[in-house]
Design a protein around this ligand. Structure first.
Ligand code: HEM
Length: 307
């Protein structure tokens, strides 16, 4: 545990409560802490975020989001903003500033997490053509080879594709750090430590997701880790790419459906290819988890079904 500007910091993975912490894990916690301190307290980052928020708001009349608000008010568009403006008009509980903040939160939390997840999935499927074939067979069995647009019912039948998405998020949790401040003292039963109330805890899904007690051969890509049988055997916090508890990701279901639709629409028409191997991926920790070597994928039209 460390003190930083009067804030107590503790690093542990979610399952520290149930699993022993190794020396390597502690070193990783320490390295991560440096990033997190830079991330959370660095004035430069704060300035960058304010600049982004101001660009979106655009003084003095919020030109970008403001024009959207006008469109929603005119009923030319429907969705989140319309719902919020309607509740504003009904009870005046939601101000324009509240709406701006909600839009910025949703855009910031939902955009890069989802696009990066789709990118990692495609790269992994390009690296593992046999798994890509299995995904394509599933898409073909659900949608056939017509042009029928995918619906929500179709997405619920894409069982293997969902396993692929979860396995990709296990290896590459695109939101790599979760912070919590303890409201009460917490005792960690695996180590006889008590974390005092007020401690800021940094939870790192990567550490949990690479624990060999949860995932045999944790560094390999194996969508079967997420078949029903294996999921049932694991602790529910063995997979925390969307965090857990009451403040977990509110966009989880939407994000999963979004990635499923995107991958289905792409893979039903194209196959993806790459020369890269899993070990070539070099990660860079930030607010999201980037791959510094990029996503070098080529695509080819599918001539006919593989069934
Ligand atoms: C694959 C895609 C996504 C991943 C991996 C992801 C991951 C996460 C994680 C780990 C958290 C928890 C942060 C914490 O506990 O402090 C979170 C929170 C959140 N996510 Fe997502 N997310 C994804 C997609 C989305 C989408 C599409 C939206 C919105 C449309 C969204 C909106 C939010 C919001 C608003 C929060 C804050 C919830 C709160 O503080 O109560 N996320 N997300």
């Amino acid at each position: 545990m460390q003190m930083f500007q009067g804030v107590r910091l503790a690093y542990f993975n979610c399952l520290t409560f149930g699993f022993p912490v190794t020396g390597t894990q502690l070193i990783v916690f320490a390295v991560l802490s440096v990033f997190v301190i830079l991330l959370c307290f660095d004035k430069w980052n704060r300035r960058r975020f304010e600049t982004l928020a101001n660009k979106l708001k655009g003084p003095p009349d919020y030109p970008i989001i403001g024009s959207c608000l006008e469109s929603f008010r005119d009923k030319r568009l429907t969705g989140l903003v319309e719902t919020l403006t309607e509740s504003n008009e009904a009870e005046e509980r939601v101000t324009d500033d509240d709406i701006m903040s909600h839009v910025i939160t949703i855009a910031a939390a939902g955009f890069e997490t989802t696009s990066l997840t789709a990118s990692y999935c495609l790269l992994l499927l390009a690296m593992y053509p046999d798994i890509q074939d299995k995904v394509y067979d599933e898409i073909y069995s659900v949608l056939g080879d017509g042009d029928e647009p995918i619906t929500i019912d179709h997405t619920s039948k894409m069982v293997y594709l969902k396993q692929v998405i979860h396995e990709s998020l296990r290896l590459f949790p695109t939101a790599p750090l979760v912070l919590r401040q303890l409201q009460d003292d917490v005792t960690i039963f695996s180590g006889n430590h008590t974390l005092p109330k007020g401690t800021v805890c940094i939870i790192t899904p990567v550490i949990t997701h690479y624990n060999p007690e949860l995932y045999p051969n944790p560094k390999s890509f194996n969508p079967d880790n997420f078949n029903a049988e294996n999921v049932a055997k694991r602790h529910k916090y063995g997979f925390i790419a969307f965090s857990g508890g009451p403040r977990s990701c509110i966009g989880m279901k939407y994000g999963l459906v979004f990635v499923t639709v995107l991958l289905t629409e792409l893979l039903r028409k194209f196959s993806v290819h790459t020369d890269m191997k899993l070990s070539d991926i070099k990660l860079k920790l930030g607010v999201t988890l980037h791959n510094t070597v990029g996503f070098p994928i080529t695509i080819q039209s599918r001539k006919k079904s593989s069934l």
